[in-house]
Design a protein around this ligand. Structure first.
Ligand SMILES: Nc1ncnc2c1ncn2[C@@H]1O[C@H](COP(=O)(O)OP(=O)(O)OP(=O)(O)O)[C@@H](O)[C@H]1O
Length: 214
């Protein structure tokens, strides 16, 4: 399995945010995006997840089962800054929705709702409305979404924001387990995630610079 980005550039409004970004990630590999606020980390993650069109370049997914040069987005889970859960629905209902909506990608199977909640340390509160949970508990449950449906690629934007030390290590262990299972991880973070063998992509950004100037 391989995730390939070739010569990506992206625009937000009139500004080109980055250009010429290429990378190749294989089974068990991770790439951590670093850089100051506004340098384009979230923009790049959204391009890879298929939520934004790149200005140039493409992101493709290769595996024995995939058609050649398949769009990578279908192989990706995306955990953005927001948790993508309905406050008035219970945790169980939210996770059930995502499990059914996403389904499993080839080559793996998601775990049950209760197993996913247990894995993030919150097995006993799935009956509560999502909106009742603390900020850190909400983030943990958003992470549980990654576990209920199988996707080989995890795209994580500041996954450990609002988390206590225990949750950080829970997330790190879940990410390591995903990599050990042959998954791929692409993460933007200001805090080290504790992934020993991660590659780093420092983002410098072209924020505020018009295309004609560079
Ligand atoms: N819709 C938009 N229109 C114009 N500019 C935008 C738009 N969305 C984002 N930007 C700009 O794009 C740049 C990159 O933003 P992005 O969110 O990718 O940065 P980031 O590196 O993830 O930052 P942070 O570390 O603060 O999360 C920023 O300067 C931002 O103001």
């Amino acid at each position: 399995m391989r995730l390939t980005a070739e010569n990506l550039s992206a625009r937000r409004g009139q500004d080109l945010i980055f250009k010429g970004i290429s990378f190749n990630l294989g089974t068990g590999e991770s790439l951590v995006l670093t850089g100051r606020n506004g340098s384009g980390k979230s923009t790049l993650l959204r391009v890879v997840a298929g939520l934004l069109h790149p200005e140039t370049g493409r992101v493709t997914w290769h595996s024995d089962a995939a058609e050649s040069g398949m769009r990578a987005a279908e192989a990706c889970h995306y955990l953005g800054h927001r948790n993508a859960m309905k406050a008035e629905l219970s945790v169980f209902e939210n996770l059930s929705f995502w499990k059914e909506f996403l389904g499993d990608f080839e080559g793996g199977q998601g775990v049950s709702i209760s197993e996913a909640a247990e894995a993030v340390g919150l097995g006993d509160i799935t009956h509560l409305p999502f909106g009742y949970l603390s900020a850190g508990q909400q983030r943990r449950m958003a992470f549980a979404k990654l576990l209920v449906a199988h996707r080989p690629v995890w795209i994580l934007d500041e996954p450990t924001a609002a988390l206590d030390v225990n949750a950080e290590s829970v997330f790190t262990n879940l990410i390591k387990a995903h990599l050990a299972d042959g998954g791929i991880v692409l993460a933007a973070t200001h805090q080290p995630l504790g992934l020993e063998n991660a590659k780093e992509l420092p983002m410098t950004g072209f924020t505020g610079v018009m295309e004609g100037m560079w």
